[in-house]
Design a protein around this ligand. Structure first.
Ligand code: AMP
Ligand code: MN
Ligand code: MN
Ligand code: MN
Length: 277
C-alpha cells in the first residue's frame, strides 16, 4: 500500500474552517497517513492536532506557512518538521501575528470607507485564531456584498484593490533561517499560484535555492499534469526536494485532504529528509 502524505493544510488556528481535531479526523477518513498542519504564521493548532492523532495510525508532523515579502509580493514558505518550542521560531511568529493584527485593523478601516461598518470586529468574530484576508472575504460573502470569496479578493482585498493593505512580512532568507534553526525544512509553497510569469517563478525558485531553501511544492490537487511535471522539472533543475500539499481550507468539491498528491516517478520527496517517528 502506498503512503499518502499531505504536507499543507489549514485549521481554525488560521483561515481553515475545521478545528485541528476535525482536520485530523478528516485526513484519516481520506486515507492520509502523514499530515502536516500548516496554518498561516502560527503553530497554535498543532498541540490539539497532535493530541487528536495520538492512538491513531496518522503521523502528524509540525508545520507552519510563513508569509514573506519578495519583490513586493506575498510569498508563502512552509516549514516542516521543526521544533515548535524554538525561541527564534516563536519570536518570528509572535512578530508576524502582531503585523497581521495591525494589518487586519487597517483593512477594517478601509472597508468602512466602502460602507462595511465594524468589519474588524466582525472578522475577528469569524476567526478563532489569526485574522486573515480570508475572514474578511467570508464576511463580505455573508453580507451579500459579493457572491463568493474569490470575488471578495478580486473586488476589494487583492493587491491593488481598494481595501488592500500591504503587510511588512519578513523576507524569505529570514523565514528559511528560522525554520532551519528550529530543525525543520523550508518549502516554497504553491509556486504557480503567485500570478507570476514562468520566468519570474524561476527567478523566485533560484533565489529560494540560493538562500538555502530545501523543497518546492510539486503536487497539489486541481493542477494539470503539465503543471506537476513542470514543477518536478524545476525541482530537479535547482536540486530541490519535492513536497506535496492540498492547501485544504474547508470541505469543497475541488480541494480535499490527500487528494491526487502523487509525485512524478523520478522526484526526490521531501520526506526522505524528515524524521517521521
Ligand atoms: P492573508 O494571509 O491574510 O493575506 O490571507 C491570504 C489567504 O487568503 C490565502 O491563504 C487564501 O486562503 C486566501 N485567498 C487569497 N486569495 C484568494 C482568492 N482569490 N480567493 C479565495 N481565497 C483567497
Ligand atoms: Mn489561507
Ligand atoms: Mn499559501
Ligand atoms: Mn496554505
Amino acid at each position: 500500500m502506498t503512503t499518502i502524505y499531505d504536507l499543507h493544510c489549514h485549521s481554525t488556528a488560521s483561515d481553515g474552517v475545521l478545528s485541528p481535531t476535525e482536520v485530523v479526523a478528516r485526513a484519516i477518513e481520506k486515507g492520509v497517513n502523514v499530515l502536516a498542519l500548516t496554518d498561516h504564521d502560527t503553530t497554535a493548532g498543532i498541540t490539539e492536532a497532535r493530541l487528536a492523532a495520538q492512538q491513531t495510525d496518522l503521523t502528524l508532523i509540525s508545520g507552519v506557512e510563513i508569509s514573506t515579502t519578495w519583490e513586493n509580493r506575498a510569498i508563502h514558505i512552509v516549514g516542516l518538521g521543526f521544533n515548535e518550542t524554538s525561541a527564534t521560531m516563536t519570536a518570528l511568529l509572535t512578530h508576524q501575528a502582531e503585523l497581521r493584527y495591525q494589518r487586519a485593523v487597517e483593512i477594517g478601516e478601509k472597508l468602512a470607507k466602502v460602507g462595511v461598518t465594524e468589519a474588524f470586529k466582525q472578522a475577528k468574530m469569524l476567526a478563532s485564531g489569526e485574522v486573515t484576508r480570508a475572514h474578511y472575504a467570508r464576511l463580505l460573502v455573508n453580507m451579500g456584498k459579493v457572491a463568493n470569496e474569490n470575488q471578495a479578493f478580486k473586488k476589494y482585498l487583492s493587491q491593488g484593490k481598494s481595501c488592500y493593505v500591504k503587510a511588512q512580512w519578513c523576507d524569505i532568507p529570514t523565514a528559511i533561517e528560522v525554520i532551519h534553526q528550529a530543525g525543520g525544512l523550508a518549502v516554497l509553497a504553491h509556486p504557480l499560484r503567485y500570478t507570476l510569469t514562468n520566468k519570474w517563478v524561476k527567478k523566485l525558485i533560484a533565489d529560494f535555492t540560493q538562500w538555502g531553501g530545501d523543497a518546492i511544492e510539486v503536487a497539489s490537487c486541481g493542477q494539470t499534469p503539465e503543471q506537476r511535471l513542470l514543477l518536478a522539472q524545476w525541482a530537479k533543475h535547482f536540486g530541490l526536494l519535492s513536497s506535496v500539499g492540498s492547501d485544504f481550507h474547508f470541505p469543497c468539491a475541488w480541494v480535499e485532504l490527500g487528494k491526487s498528491l502523487f509525485l512524478p516517478d523520478d522526484s526526490l520527496p521531501v520526506w526522505t529528509k524528515l524524521s517521521l517517528d
